[in-house]
Design a protein around this ligand. Structure first.
Ligand SMILES: NC(=O)c1ccc[n+]([C@@H]2O[C@H](COP(=O)([O-])OP(=O)(O)OC[C@H]3O[C@@H](n4cnc5c(N)ncnc54)[C@H](OP(=O)(O)O)[C@@H]3O)[C@@H](O)[C@H]2O)c1
Length: 270
């Protein structure tokens, strides 16, 4: 093969790669424009008349409660404080007076005794509250992160276990609570609120347990999605990005020693 033939072949090869890349970017762009701006939103009421939202009295969970009641979906609000649940229910009714709302006060970090597996009263109330409802949507939102970035071996054991109980155990148990009836009705959707700390960032140093619990949710959602696709149930993990901001802030400012010294904790404390 002559030199000029080799150069021509190489040039054709590079052109093919470049055009494949451009085509891929373009089709991705078109598909995202279609999904976010053109495609009609799903009619969530067709999934069922009720949604269960954990961690529903603040932040993302409360925003879901407002969005869903606006669409005419009845909601079961789940969080610890009875008072905050009542206030949230009143706020929702003030905004959408026809809303139907149930509240369940339960500490989801303590629904099962890790040693005996015995379940607390709050869990029984939640089971009872959803037992007769046509639950079409579960928003597994509740979650706990670090109050400051910390090395894994310096994180108090109780904090680590509480994160696992709330982020992993609670989501697993509630999903197992509602999934069978969704399967029986052959409709429903389950949303996990994960975190970019697990799905966008390659690692979550100083937030290791949090990142690991959110990685669990991501993999659980992917696997359950495939398991239940043929049963007509959509399952997905959403990964909010604000975690990136926290991570960046932690790299720039909030080192563990910085936070400890700021809070008057000896820097070698465990
Ligand atoms: N905000 C972010 O930037 C961000 C970024 C990435 C991922 N996320 C994820 O998004 C989810 C929501 O975060 P958020 O910041 O919106 O939450 P948030 O504003 O802190 O609200 C937490 C909610 O959960 C309830 N809650 C807390 N501990 C509970 C427990 N042990 N049992 C039952 N309910 C409990 C709280 O009510 P009570 O105190 O009354 O119980 C409240 O309704 C979490 O899973 C989080 O990891 C958030």
């Amino acid at each position: 093969m002559t030199d000029s033939t080799s150069v021509a072949l190489l040039s054709t090869f590079l052109h093919i790669i470049a055009w494949s890349f451009i085509l891929r970017v373009f089709t991705n762009l078109l598909s995202n424009v279609y999904i976010y701006f053109v495609r009609a939103p799903k009619n969530l009421q067709k999934l069922g008349s009720w949604a269960v939202i954990t961690g529903a009295t603040d932040g993302i969970g409360k925003a879901y409660a407002f969005a869903l009641t606006k669409k005419g979906i009845s909601v079961v609000l789940v969080s610890r404080s009875e008072q905050r649940l009542q206030t949230t229910a009143e706020e929702l009714c003030a905004k959408n007076p026809s809303s139907t709302i149930k509240t369940v006060a339960v500490d989801l970090a303590a629904i099962a005794d890790s040693a005996t597996g015995a379940q607390n009263n709050g869990w029984a109330s939640l089971q009872q509250a959803v037992s007769d409802l046509d639950v079409g949507l579960l928003i597994n939102n509740v979650g706990l992160s670090y109050d400051h970035p910390e090395f894994f071996d310096q994180l108090p054991e109780g904090d680590a276990l509480q994160m696992i109980q709330l982020n992993v155990m609670a989501a697993t148990k509630i999903t197992r609570l509602v999934l069978p009836s969704m399967k029986a009705r052959r409709r429903g959707a389950i949303v996990f609120i994960g975190s970019a700390a697990a799905t966008v960032l390659p690692a979550s140093p100083l937030l290791a347990v949090y990142g690991a619990t959110k990685a669990y949710l991501d993999q659980l959602a992917r696997s359950l999605s495939l398991e239940n696709m043929s049963a007509g149930i959509s399952i997905q993990n959403q990964a909010p990005l604000r975690a990136i901001r926290l991570a960046v802030r932690s790299l720039l400012v909030h080192s563990p020693s910085h936070v400890r010294s700021k809070n008057g904790i000896p820097t070698n404390a465990t």
